[in-house]
Design a protein around this ligand. Structure first.
Ligand code: NAP
Length: 553
């Protein structure tokens, strides 16, 4: 098991990093951001993968317009390719520095012709003024021999290795770097495949180590679990990272778009000292937290970046990413309960709930401290909703007091809502697919239990509240709903914890029945205020939170 803090290599090299020491950086290319110098020298490269040269020329113009630093021209994507004429045009008409690659099928590309023709095209690209060419390790020596004495001084040769099966150990990657360097590479590129998010730590270690040894290094980890390799290359000193022009057009999934890198993750502002935050969940791509926190971090000038973290095993995640820079985490499905065991200390309320949705690494001692901010966000949103509902009554305490509060689900969010509603004096009924879990939660908070299948048959009473805290109806399964429409008319208020989509089928049908509805977006915003304050130590700019979330809904 790898522990970044315990790795002498990592600690030593990480400590040596500062914004001015990026030895492997973008020599000759000054990277700017809104007129200011960027906080890193990692280049942003757009792979140009059109099937025609005309389209490639258009895409190169767009790459410049969206803020890329260079383009990788993937010659293997061209359906028709006249070497001499097309390469001349591509070099001449490209408004950015050019990186040519002609990837063969045997290394994950599309070219299946003979090797001489392929390497001739790359040699011609060099003659015509390419800034970079990328050749595969397998043919690198032969390629260098063939350009011996003819290599322009400004040309940089990237020697690459792609592994579509897994990510080898740090030791194996280190050996691979040495082999690639020995081939004569100016820049070492290693792309591997993530089977687990902790695989990316291997690449980070090699990136940091390469930077200290002044070996320009491009490290990518393919797959959704490898997404942070793209974003944090800026933090750890990668030579370049790849971003697509449009989402869905990728040379290696899951490449973010250049726009996302620049404007969602504030890529140019990521430096060696930037703190890393993220949402630990599975699935995770639906989460709007990165949009929210990055925009707010940027607005208030906080030096942090917030990412999607697709985590399978939360304990392994924390054992691996144990250094101080991995500073704070939101916790989502299905890890909220398991997260409790990963913390060194747990807030008393979160302990009673038995679930955590926020973890911070205490700057003083590096210990993990867990909180639950879900219950505050959800309960205050429901109370607000009830105040505006037709049968709000004239209660002076919480409008929840005395009402039957039905929670669908018995997971992390369910516990938070059941606990919060109980604290406000509501009577709790837990309805869950797995009855035993419903019973267990009901016993813990002091309430009744029913199986989800029987929920439609409970005797109705005045003022009932329904809270869905399962993922039934969440994107992409937006046609699903946890309770049939005819049962909804008995409720005064229906709340859905889901916020993607904002209007779930459950909420639409409740509204059609004339019931007051409260969206999970309100809960999301409420719990996010608190998390932001814990992450940054700054007061949450509440108006900005709402504005950002409304813009992204
Ligand atoms: P969790 O711990 O994994 O709990 C999932 C619960 O949902 C379990 O009780 C499970 O029942 C039930 N469930 C899942 N799929 C089901 C299905 N197909 N049919 C019936 N029951 C099903 O998840 P969580 O972290 O509590 O999150 C639950 C939901 O709340 C998610 O949609 C999440 O996005 C949302 N949420 C929203 C916010 C916000 O800020 N708005 C915050 C937190 C969570 P079993 O016990 O039978 O497995």
């Amino acid at each position: 098991m790898m522990d970044l803090t315990d790795s002498l290599l990592f600690r030593l090299n990480f400590d040596q990093l500062d914004s001015s020491s990026s030895a492997a950086g973008s020599d000759g290319l000054e990277v700017k951001c809104n007129g200011m110098r960027a906080r890193n020298s990692t280049l942003l490269c757009v792979p140009i993968m059109a099937e025609t040269v005309d389209q490639m020329v258009i895409d190169m113009g767009e790459a410049k317009a969206v803020g890329a630093d260079l383009v990788e021209i993937r010659l293997d994507c061209l359906k028709v390719f006249d070497h001499n004429q097309d390469l001349k045009r591509l070099v001449k008409e490209c408004p950015l520095p050019t990186l040519f690659s002609y990837r063969p099928i045997w290394e994950g590309g599309q070219y299946d012709g003979d090797e001489k023709t392929r390497l001739d095209a790359l040699r011609l690209a060099i003659e015509l003024g390419a800034d970079y060419v990328d050749v595969e390790l397998q043919v690198a020596r032969e390629f260098f021999d063939s350009i011996n004495g003819k290599k322009p001084e400004t040309l940089k040769v990237i020697v690459s290795s792609h592994n579509f099966q897994d990510t080898p150990s740090v030791e194996a990657l280190g050996n691979l770097v040495a082999r690639i360097q020995a081939s004569g590479a100016d820049i070492v590129k290693i792309a591997t495949t993530s089977l687990d998010i902790t695989d990316v730590a291997h690449t980070f270690q090699i990136t940091v180590h390469s930077q200290v040894r002044i070996v320009p290094f491009i490290g990518l980890v393919l797959g959704e679990r490898g997404l942070i390799s793209r974003i944090l290359s800026a933090k750890f000193g990668g030579y370049l990272t790849y971003g697509t022009l449009e989402s869905g057009i990728v040379s290696a999934p899951p490449q973010p778009t250049v726009k996302d890198l620049l404007h969602l993750y504030n890529f140019r502002q990521i430096g060696p000292d930037t703190k890393v935050f993220g949402v630990i969940s599975k699935p995770v791509s639906h989460s709007k937290s990165p949009k929210l926190y990055n925009e707010v971090f940027n607005s208030v000038g906080f030096n942090g970046v917030y990412a999607h973290l697709l985590v399978d095993d939360i304990a392994k995640f924390f054992q691996t990413y144990s250094c101080m820079d991995f500073a704070g985490f939101s916790v989502g499905i299905p890890h909220k309960e398991a997260a409790v065991k990963c913390c060194d200390e747990v807030d008393p309320v979160a302990k009673s709930i038995g679930a955590i949705n926020c973890i911070i690494r205490r700057p003083t001692d590096g210990k993990l401290y867990g909180f639950n901010t879900d219950y505050v966000g959800a309960i205050s949103a429901i109370e607000e909703g009830l105040k505006g509902s037709p049968n709000a009554g004239s209660v002076t305490g919480s409008p929840l007091a005395g009402r039957l509060f039905v929670v669908i689900g018995a997971g992390g969010a369910s516990k938070a809502l059941a606990y919060g509603a109980k604290q406000k004096g509501a009577r709790i009924l837990i309805a869950n697919r797995t009855y035993d879990r419903a019973r267990e939660l009901a016993d813990t908070v002091g309430g009744d239990a029913v199986s989800l299948a029987d929920l439609g048959n409970i005797p109705p009473e005045d003022g009932m509240i329904l809270a869905n805290t399962t993922s039934i109806g969440m994107q992409p399964n937006v046609g699903d709903t946890p309770l049939s429409k005819h049962a909804l008319k008995y409720y005064s208020l229906v709340f859905d914890a889901i916020y993607t989509p904002k209007m779930t089928r459950l909420l639409k049908e409740a509204e059609e029945c004339g019931v007051t509805i409260v969206s999970g977006l309100e809960m999301f915003i409420g719990q996010a205020y608190e998390q932001f304050e814990k992450f940054t130590g700054l007061p949450a700019p509440k108006k900005l939170f709402r504005k950002v979330m409304e813009n992204h809904s």
